[in-house]
Design a protein around this ligand. Sequence first.
Ligand code: PMV
Length: 353
Amino acid sequence: MSVYQATASAPVNIACIKYWGKRDTKLILPTNSSLSVTLDQDHLRSTTTSRADPSFTKDRLWLNGKEDEIKDGGRLSTCIAEMKRMRKELEDKNPNEPKLSAYKVHICSHNNFPTAAGLASSASGFAALVKSLAALYALPASPSQLSLIARQGSGSACRSLMGGFVAWEQGTSPDGSDSLAVQVATREHWADIHALICVVSDDKKGTSSTSGMQRTVETSPLLQHRIHNVVPQRMRDISAAIQKKDFDTFARITMQDSNQFHAVCLETDPPIFYMNDVSRAIIALIVEYNRVSVEAGGKLKAAYTFDAGPNAVIYAPKENVREIVNMIVKYFPQAEPFKDPFGLFGTAGVQGG
Ligand code: PMV
C-alpha cells in the first residue's frame, strides 16, 4: 500500500516595512504592502509533515505535540481546503493520479522557537503547512502562487515562502488574486546583512495581531496617513536600497517603520503596548551606537525592528555583529548568546535580557 506523506520546513521572516491592518478580514488582504527579510538560520523554523490516508476520518493537526482544533471556516480549514482544491484540479487533468483530494489529512507541525512571542511563528507555521501540502499533493505551484494560500492562514506567512528580501504586494483585486509575495532580491545578493534576535521575553503576547489590527484600523487616524502617504514611498526606497546594498538607507527606513508601527499601536483605542522597558533600552543602545558612528563621519551600523511583541531584531552588516553582541551582553548582563551565535549564514541570536 502506498504511503502519501511529505515534510517541509519554512523559516520566520521579520518585516522592515510592517503589515498592520486588513482591508478584507476573511481573505486577509492588507491595507498596505510590506517587505521583510526571511531569516535563514536553523534556530527559527517550523517543520511540518502532512499525511493523507483513506482510513482517516477527519482532518487533524498537532502543533508542538498538542492537538489543535481545525475550526470549520477558520484559517487552517481554509488553507487545507484551498490546497485540496488545487489537488482536485490536478487529478481532474490527470485521471491516473491517486485521488488524494478525497482523503482526510493529518498534519504535524513543530516550531523550534517560542510560539506566539512576536517571533512570527504563525508566518513560518502557515508557510510550512502550505509547502508540506503542496509537496504531498505534488502541485506544480510557484512560491508566489502558494503565497496566495499561506496569506489566508496568516498574512505575514505569504512572505516566508521565499528566501532573501521579500515584498508582499497588497494588490487591488477584491478577490485577492494579486495580493501575493514576490522576491525583491535573493539572500546571496546581499549576504552581508545579518539578523541578531534578542529574545526579551518568550511569553505569549497580550494582544493578538488579528484583534490589534482590527482595533487600529477602526481607531487610528495615523494608520490612514501611513497607508496613503508613507508606505508606498518607503516600499520604493527600501527596494532600491536593497538593490544597491545601501545599508544606511535600509537601516533608516527599517527603524522609522518600526517606530511608526508602534506609534499606530499606541494611538489605537484602547492603546496597545508591544514593547517593554528592555525593548526601549535596546532602541536607546542602537541609537547611541549609530550616533557615535555618524558623528565620527561614519554611517549607520545597525537597525532595530520590533514586531507585535517585545523582542528586538537587529539588522547589521556582518562586520558589526560581533561588536553588537558584545555591547548587548555588556549592557544586559543576563543575556546569553546562543551556543552557536554564528549559524549557517552568520546570523546571531541572543537570549535573555
Ligand atoms: O501575519 P500576522 O497576523 O501574524 O501579522 C504580523 C504583523 C507584524 O509581524 C507585526 C508585521 C509584519 O509585517 O510581519
